[in-house]
Design a protein around this ligand. Structure first.
Ligand SMILES: CC/C=C\C/C=C\C/C=C\CCC/C=C/C(=O)SCCNC(=O)CCNC(=O)[C@H](O)C(C)(C)COP(=O)(O)OP(=O)(O)OC[C@H]1O[C@@H](n2cnc3c(N)ncnc32)[C@H](O)[C@@H]1OP(=O)(O)O
Length: 291
């Protein structure tokens, strides 16, 4: 785990604080250290934090990366200066390839359970963030990548990519809380079709069903997210936050009540022979794609 690196990043923030100069008021604080798969920059002037995923080759979510995401989300939430968070990717053409399939294939059971718990925690944090969250989706965003995007308050995406919960295409099932978030985002009919078919929507299709909110050219995704943030900042923070909490709380509480049960379901399901076989074949197909 790279918690130490994040902590050293905190040191930079503290130095910045100690100086207490106009530089501090306007400086962009690099909160994570070099070599980290996450770049977290907080602009103390605008109150916007930009969290950029940088874990080659495809920003797949493994245990260590999810742990770092949790730390970063916590940092943003605890930083009084952060009013908004933009999540994006530094990897060309890929927002996130979703869960790291190698975590689920031929797993060590203790690690598998820890992996799932850490994913649950990441989602609970992200979906329940008090600050405004915008996904600047500058690449493909299947499965877990789609979950992260849907968990933000607003989604801006570049053309010619895909997004969706494609789990059934891997021979697996999206957990109930993935499905709940999609349900909350696009409604029942679109969700029941998309989940069964494992649909990966092209950017324009995603816009049409309301899975994303806006399409802008690739090079404008981040600036459009910064601009959109201003619209949300104009609303009194407490009223906006409470509206969000009231709407999202039941979905979060549903998982909170069943966290351990859900870990057990996941473990028993994923370790079934048939599921292992499907995952193995899917991994193989990914490797053979370029041949
Ligand atoms: C009754 C039921 C009760 C209970 C159920 C309980 C629980 C439910 C159980 C399970 C739920 C699991 C939920 C799962 C969620 C997920 O997120 S699964 C992951 C889904 N992701 C995908 O399908 C994406 C797969 N990847 C791609 O499509 C492409 O890689 C890409 C479009 C993202 C990028 O394409 P390219 O740029 O062309 O890159 P490559 O394809 O060449 O990939 C490079 C490299 O990376 C490896 N890789 C890609 N994706 C993943 C991944 N998700 N995990 C691990 N590794 C990945 C790929 O194999 C290549 O590796 P190398 O060949 O270079 O070694």
């Amino acid at each position: 785990m790279r918690i130490g690196i994040v902590t050293s990043g905190l040191g930079i923030a503290r130095q910045c604080l100690r100086k207490n100069t106009s530089v501090y008021r306007t400086c962009r604080r690099q909160v994570t250290g070099s070599g980290s798969p996450l770049d977290l920059n907080v602009d103390s002037k605008t109150g916007i934090a930009v969290l950029s995923m940088n874990k080659p080759p495809v920003n797949s979510l493994n245990l260590e990366f999810l742990t770092e995401l949790n730390i970063a989300l916590e940092k943003v939430e605890n930083d009084k200066q952060c009013k908004g968070l933009i999540i994006t990717s530094s990897i060309p053409k890929i927002f996130s390839a979703g869960l790291d399939i190698t975590e689920m294939y031929q797993p060590d059971i203790d690690r598998l359970e820890e992996f799932w718990r850490t994913l649950q925690d990441m989602w609970i944090k992200l979906y329940g963030m008090n600050c405004v969250t915008i996904a600047a989706i500058n690449g493909h965003s299947p499965a877990g990548g789609c979950l992260m995007s849907m968990s933000c308050d607003y989604r801006i995406m570049a053309p010619n990519y895909t997004i969706g919960l494609n789990e059934t295409q891997l021979g697996i099932v999206a957990p109930f809380w993935f499905a709940d978030v999609m349900l909350n985002t696009v409604g029942f009919r679109q969700t029941e079709m998309a989940l069964q078919l494992g649909t990966l929507f092209k950017t324009e299709e995603a816009l049409n069903i309301g899975l994303i909110d806006k399409v802008v050219p690739q090079e404008e995704v981040l600036s459009a997210a910064q601009q959109e943030m201003q619209r949300w900042f104009k609303i009194p923070g407490f009223a906006r936050q409470l509206s969000k909490t009231e709407l999202r709380r039941p979905t979060i509480e549903k998982l909170l009540k069943k966290k351990e049960e859900d870990i057990g379901y996941f473990r028993d399901y994923i370790t079934k022979d048939a599921i292992q076989k499907s995952l193995g074949m899917y991994l193989e197909s990914l490797k053979n794609r370029r041949k």
